[in-house]
Design a binder for this molecule. Structure first.
Ligand SMILES: NC(=O)c1ccc[n+]([C@@H]2O[C@H](COP(=O)([O-])OP(=O)(O)OC[C@H]3O[C@@H](n4cnc5c(N)ncnc54)[C@H](OP(=O)(O)O)[C@@H]3O)[C@@H](O)[C@H]2O)c1
Length: 282
C-alpha cells in the first residue's frame, strides 16, 4: 500500500532573506551558532530550523541518521569511472559541509574511500569536525587514506577476521556477517550507538546509502540535485526492483532552492526501525 505523501516546495522568495543572501556576513553569522544550538536541543535561526531542526532528535530511538546524495538531474552520483567531484556546485557542497558540522560521525563505504580519498572534514562552513567511519569488511583501506588523518576519532567497521592496516588510535569495530560479507546496517548503527554516537551522516556512496535506506536505517535523506546531465554513470540509489510506479517509496519531502541546486529533504522517520536506546530530550 502506498501512503499519501504531502510534499512541499518552498520557493526561493519565501525562504527568508538568508537564502537569497547566501554569501552575506549576516548569513554566515546566522549559521555560526547552529551546530552548538542543535546539540543543545535549542531552536535554530531561520532558515536552518526548517532544514536541520529534524536532526535534533530521532523519531525511533536515541539516534538520528541522515543520508545524503549529491546527484545530477538524471539521478547519477558519479560517472561510470567513479568520478564525482564536480557534480555539485558551491551551494550543494556548502550544504554537505553544514550537515557534517551537525553530526558526531560521518560514515562512508570503502568504495568511496578508495575512489575519492575524501578528507571528510568541515572546511566550507564554521563548525566542528566529526568522527570519520569507514565500512571496510575486507580491510582494504590503505594506511595513507586521508580520512585516517589524526585530529578526530576514526573508526573502521570490518569483519572479525580482517586485519585493517591502521594506526593504534584508530578504533576497529569487528562485526560478523553472512556469506555475502554484508553487515546489517542496524548492527552498524547499534555498534556506533554503543560507542557514544548519537547523530550520524551516511555520506555515500550509492551502495552504502541504498543499504541503509532499504534496511529502514535512515531518519532523513537529503538529496541535492544539481542542474547537470551526465547521461551515463552510477545511479544514486539501487534498491530492490519494483514492477509498478505506485509501489515506489514516496517519502514526505520538502524542496529548497539552494543557489542553482535543489535540496530535497525526505522524511523517512515513519519507516525507521529502532536500533539505538530510548529517546532523550536533546
Ligand atoms: N555524489 C555523491 O553524493 C557521492 C557521495 C559519495 C560517493 N560518491 C561516489 O560513489 C562512488 C562509490 O560508491 P559505491 O556505491 O561504489 O561504494 P560505497 O557505497 O562507497 O562502498 C561500497 C562498499 O562498502 C562496503 N560496504 C558498505 N556497506 C556495507 C555493509 N552494510 N556491509 C558490508 N560492507 C559494506 C562494501 O565493501 P566491499 O566491496 O569491500 O565488500 C561495499 O562494496 C564513487 O564513485 C564516489 O565518487 C558520490
Amino acid at each position: 500500500m502506498v501512503e499519501e505523501a504531502t510534499n512541499t516546495v518552498v520557493p526561493p522568495e519565501a525562504q527568508s532573506e538568508a537564502w537569497a543572501g547566501a554569501r552575506t556576513a549576516h548569513w554566515a553569522d546566522a549559521w555560526a551558532e547552529v551546530p552548538a544550538l542543535l546539540r543543545a536541543g535549542a531552536g535554530l535561526p531561520p532558515p536552518f530550523e526548517a532544514m536541520f531542526g529534524p536532526l535534533r532528535q530521532g523519531a525511533a530511538d536515541d539516534l538520528v541518521v541522515v543520508g545524503q546524495l549529491g546527484q545530477s538531474l538524471d539521478g547519477r552520483i558519479a560517472t561510470t569511472s567513479g568520478h564525482s567531484k564536480y557534480i555539485n556546485g558551491p551551494a550543494g557542497l556548502d550544504h554537505l559541509h553544514r550537515i557534517r558540522a551537525l553530526v558526531d560521525g560521518i560514515v562512508v563505504g570503502i568504495g568511496t574511500a578508495l575512489a575519492d580519498d575524501p578528507q571528510l572534514t568541515v572546511r566550507r562552513v564554521a563548525g566542528p569536525n566529526p568522527a570519520r567511519i569507514v565500512i571496510d569488511p575486507g580491510g582494504r583501506l590503505p594506511r595513507s587514506a586521508r580520512l585516517l588523518a589524526p585530529g578526530v576519532r576514526r573508526l573502521v567497521v570490518t569483519l572479525a577476521d580482517a586485519r585493517p592496516d591502521v594506526a593504534d588510535d584508530v578504533e576497529v569495530i569487528a562485526l560478523s556477517a553472512g556469506p555475502d560479507r554484508h553487515f546489517a546496517p542496524a548492527a552498524i548503527l547499534a555498534a556506533l550507538a554503543g560507542r557514544g554516537f548519537r547523530r550520524l551522516l551516511i555520506e555515500g556512496g550509492a551502495r552504502t546509502v541504498s543499504s541503509f535506506l532499504s534496511a529502514g536505517c535512515l531518519d532523513r535523506l537529503h538529496v541535492v540535485v544539481a542542474p547537470i546531465i551526465l547521461g551515463s554513470g552510477r545511479p544514486s540509489l539501487e534498491l530492490q526492483e519494483i514492477e509498478r510506479a505506485d509501489q515506489a517509496m514516496r517519502p514526505r519531502a520538502t524542496a529548497y532552492a539552494i543557489g542553482e541546486e535543489v535540496l530535497f529533504d525526505c522524511d523517512l522517520s515513519p519507516q525507521r526501525r529502532a536500533v539505538g536506546t530510548a529517546n532523550r530530550s536533546t
